[in-house]
Design a protein around this ligand. Structure first.
Ligand code: NAD
Length: 504
């Protein structure tokens, strides 16, 4: 099987990436570059310029000027909406190209990149949803408060105003959808933006930036500075000209961002990791279906490198064996290979360091007492040159084991039996994370009881997906704040109270 990664690169016309600052493309001020490597073959696809601290400073100053003096935050709602809708059209027109670029940058199979919530269609839907808010963002008026503390007759109302300069730091695993999830609400509310994509996946961000340029935003409103956490990310999150940092990625970096934001009291939204449970009761409509969903989430597409994957399966004892059989059966349907082959179902681990980390979890789990049911190794032959890991299922896992407590970020599902609803809820909540959860049952009252009891930002009942109009975020260490729907509008605006004296 020949891999077509470099052929695709040539067909897509990928060039070395540059920075986009204050309406112009430029190279790094200190000549720094980074190699973009495809994880399916570990071939270098291209290079891109690394934003230095000086480049980040220029980008933030441009965004600051555009916010403080430019037309964007002051534009009529109709005009700003028209520009974002032009962008929606451009993303849709270039949808297939963007999906293929995403496969090229992070090795996600093209079938998944084109169809799932990570696709260009989802990115366009998120921009479209937020464009729809633009002429509906408004404050409130309040009833007369009697008696007014000063005795004056006053009318109290609020204005909802754009927050300012937004720094958006994006990971590699769903780069297009997460670009949209941050940039769409920032632009819709009238903020200006500096984006730092992941050093492991900058290609779609670079192409989306070209489309933003084509949509004709005012100069300085949108800026892109590719590069790694050090120096580019650090320079951005610590810059005094930034009003808000919106971040998706690891807990370690999220906590660094929170600390760095203290000095300037920057606003922060953090979308971090997860160890989400799916809770399968014996009255589920299809126990096998629930098993396929859980195993599919960790083995298809990005091979478990998704923050919302349900990586802990809690299964009622009477259907536990049936669940394991169905989950193990699905692992046999996984195909690795050329990510541009439509028949390939699953991608590679993003880089060698992450690959070693995933294999470390897999090797340690049996010594902690977990029973290996499927996988546990890596495919050989030609596939050995890529960072592939066979989908792995561990049974009889205790929730205290590290494979049940830590986010593996790879194709590993752990299953554990439970006796009753109380025990299931206790295990589900016995985690530092709280991003998502699933419940599978045909008992509607039980479904809602469990949804109410589980401490997680998103709970799926017999279904699990992300929606552009649903607030998304985490409880506990899975994050801070929400993005999506009205939650995004709140997250990118400030509320100003205006008190009008009516006596004079
Ligand atoms: P990461 O935290 O290593 O990197 C994310 C981004 O932060 C990258 O752009 C990186 O360059 C940047 N960064 C690194 N150090 C920085 C610093 N000091 N200052 C500023 N920026 C810095 O995460 P990752 O490996 O790219 O992604 C995997 C993690 O992301 C997982 O933990 C996963 O659960 C999480 N994730 C969460 C969500 C969500 O919505 N909750 C979505 C996707 C991924």
């Amino acid at each position: 099987m020949a891999m077509t990664v470099l052929t695709e690169r040539d067909q897509l016309g990928v060039k070395p990436g540059r920075l986009y600052v204050d309406g112009s493309w430029c190279d790094s001020s200190d000549g720094g570059t980074w190699e973009q490597v495809n994880p399916a073959t570990n071939e270098v696809v291209t290079t891109f310029a690394v934003g230095s601290a000086a480049d980040v400073d220029r980008a933030v100053r441009a965004a600051r000027r555009a916010f403080d003096e430019g037309p964007w935050p002051r534009m009529h709602a109709k005009d700003r909406k028209a520009i974002l809708q032009r962008l929606v059209g451009l993303i849709s027109d270039h949808g297939e190209e963007l999906n293929r670029l995403q496969t090229l940058e992070n090795g996600m199979p093209v079938a998944f990149s084109s169809m799932a919530v990570v696709s260009s269609a989802m990115a366009a839907a998120i921009f479209d949803h937020h464009a729809g808010w633009i002429d509906k963002i408004c404050g409130e008026t309040f009833p007369t408060y009697e008696p007014s503390p000063t005795g004056a007759d006053v009318q109290v109302m609020t204005f909802r105003e754009p927050l300012g300069v937004v720094a958006a730091v994006i990971p590699w695993n769903a780069p297009m959808m997460l670009f949209a999830q941050k940039v769409a609400p920032a632009l819709a509310t009238g903020c200006t933006v500096v984006v730092k994509p992941s050093e492991y996946a900058a290609l779609t961000s670079l192409r989306l930036t070209e489309l933003i340029e084509e949509a004709d935003l005012p100069t300085g409103v949108f800026n892109l500075v590719p590069g790694p956490g050090d120096p580019t990310g650090e320079a951005l999150i610590t810059h005094p000209g930034v009003d808000k940092v919106t971040f998706t990625g690891s807990r370690a970096v999220g906590s660094r961002i929170l600390a760095a934001s203290g000095d300037g009291i920057k606003r922060v939204t953090l979308e971090l990791g997860g160890k989400s449970p799916s809770i399968v009761f014996d009255d589920a409509a299809s126990v096998e279906g629930a098993a396929m969903v859980a195993m599919g989430m960790v083995s298809m597409g990005v091979s478990g490198q998704g923050c919302v994957c349900q990586t802990r399966s809690l299964v009622q004892r009477s259907v536990y064996d049936a669940f394991l059989e169905a989950a193990a059966g699905l692992t046999g349907m996984v195909t690795f290979g050329d990510p541009f082959d439509p028949a390939t179902t699953s991608g590679a681990i993003i880089n060698r360091r992450q690959l070693e980390r995933v294999m470390g979890f897999i090797e340690r789990a049996p010594s902690e007492g977990a029973r290996l049911v499927a996988g546990g190794d890596r495919p050989g032959g030609e596939l050995a040159q890529g960072n592939f890991v066979n989908p792995t299922l561990f049974a009889d896992v205790d929730n205290s084991m590290s494979v049940a407590r830590d986010e593996v970020f790879g194709p590993v599902l752990v299953a554990m039996p439970f006796e009753d609803e109380d025990e299931a809820i206790r295990i589900a909540n016995d985690t530092q994370y709280g991003l998502g959860a699933g419940v599978y049952t045909t008992n509607i009252a039980r479904a809602f009881r469990v949804a109410r009891a589980v401490r997680a930002g998103t709970v799926g009942i017999n279904e699990y997906t992300l929606m552009p109009n649903a607030p998304f975020g985490g409880y506990k260490t899975s994050g801070l704040g929400r993005e999506g729907g009205w939650g995004s509008i709140e997250a990118f605006t400030e509320t100003k109270s205006v008190i009008v004296g009516l006596s004079g």
